[in-house]
Design a protein around this ligand. Structure first.
Ligand SMILES: Nc1ncnc2c1ncn2[C@@H]1O[C@H](COP(=O)(O)OP(=O)(O)OP(=O)(O)O)[C@@H](O)[C@H]1O
Length: 337
């Protein structure tokens, strides 16, 4: 990628601090404690992090829906606190929840969004037609949205966010609940918007494969600050060595201590039934790892070796894997905070 100066940032957060009050006699919650990152024009920037890390709060501040206690944020060079009206013109926002009216057709939904953004009827019509074609919705354009598949409805959500040709698009979990083909179509379209149209996309996602595939750069957020930032490739190559992953027949809290005794293995973590570690020479490490577990009476179902993945990067910085969206159970979410 061509080096881009920070002064050319399309999106910039500097030392954002945000505290929420939670009622009388209760301590306030610190959501952001000095969070900073920036994204260059025409790129996809991924924001990753566990539940409660501060991603939504960051997006709310950048999109003028919330005000920071301190720090600053700019969109296309415009200060969000000083000129929220101008920022709103420059951004599109695609939330997790559908923003469409299910009883109206795709065309009607898009025309309404265009008119709300102050577009002329003619411009709105032309833009709606263009987006309907681009997202492959032409055959369904005049049917109520309530008859759409999940993938079609999600594409329409993204099209709504694009109606007024924003410079920066906020995409919150764009592919949650989509089947593999619909996910891949959505990825293709997101990459195209950034590349061909020089639109900057801020993507929040729990899917590390999505961030790996789409993000030019990404930040991992935890406890209200950025704990790692860079291109997916840089972040992965910062982790030296092979990842060793062992699946246990049942979770066993003794496993990390048992594996500490294998000298070539480091950074050992246990996550459910999965034990992970890192080693400079995977082929040499695997036999003593399996022998140590067997000796301790810990049953193993499989063992694999892999080059570092974004999962490993995330694990290193956050300490556990992201929860799979759709699997959330409130207690697990609470425990993950
Ligand atoms: N309106 C609010 N009032 C009180 N606390 C809040 C409010 N909104 C967020 N928080 C708290 O601020 C912290 C950051 O929350 P935030 O929603 O920004 O995290 P997140 O990374 O987006 O999480 P998720 O992935 O679950 O959406 C959490 O501890 C959360 O409970």
């Amino acid at each position: 990628m061509v080096a881009v100066r920070r002064s050319e940032a399309a999106l910039e957060a500097v030392d954002l601090v945000k505290t929420y009050s939670t009622g009388r006699n209760k301590p306030p919650v610190t959501a952001l404690q000095g969070l900073s990152f920036w994204a260059a024009k025409g790129t996809v920037f991924g924001l990753l992090g566990p539940n409660g890390a501060g991603k939504s709060t960051t997006v709310k501040i950048l999109s003028t829906l919330a005000v920071a206690d301190s720090g600053s944020a700019r969109i296309a060079g415009i200060d969000v606190a000083a000129r929220p009206d101008r920022v709103r013109q420059a951004i599109g926002f695609v939330a997790q929840k559908p923003g469409t009216d299910p009883m109206e057709t795709a065309t009607e939904n898009l025309l309404l969004a265009g008119r709300l953004h102050g577009m002329s009827r003619r411009d709105a019509k032309a833009r709606a037609r263009e987006l309907i074609d681009r997202f492959g919705l032409a055959d369904a354009a005049n049917r109520p949205v309530s008859t759409y598949s999940g993938g079609m409805a999600r594409k329409l959500d993204v099209a709504l966010g694009l109606m007024h040709r924003p410079q920066v698009l906020f995409l919150d979990e764009p592919t949650t609940g989509l089947d593999p083909q619909a996910r891949s179509e959505m990825w293709h379209e997101i990459a195209r918007m950034a590349g061909d149209e020089q639109m900057t996309v801020l993507l929040t996602t729990h899917y590390l494969d999505e961030a790996d595939r789409l993000a030019d750069r990404l930040a991992i957020v935890d406890h209200g600050t950025v704990v790692a930032e860079g291109t997916p490739e840089d972040l992965k190559s910062d982790l030296r060595g092979d990842a060793v992953q062992v699946e246990l027949a049942a979770t066993d809290s003794r496993a990390p201590a048992v594996l500490q005794r294998v000298p070539v293995l480091r950074e050992i973590t246990l996550d459910g039934c999965t034990v992970r570690g890192r080693t400079d020479d995977g082929a040499r490490a695997l036999p003593p790892v399996l022998a140590a577990l067997e000796e301790a009476g810990i049953a193993v179902t499989s063992a694999t070796l892999a080059r570092p993945s974004l999962d490993d990067v995330y694990l290193r910085h956050v300490g556990h894997s992201p929860l799979t969206v759709g699997d959330e159970d409130p207690k697990a979410l609470e425990a993950a905070k």
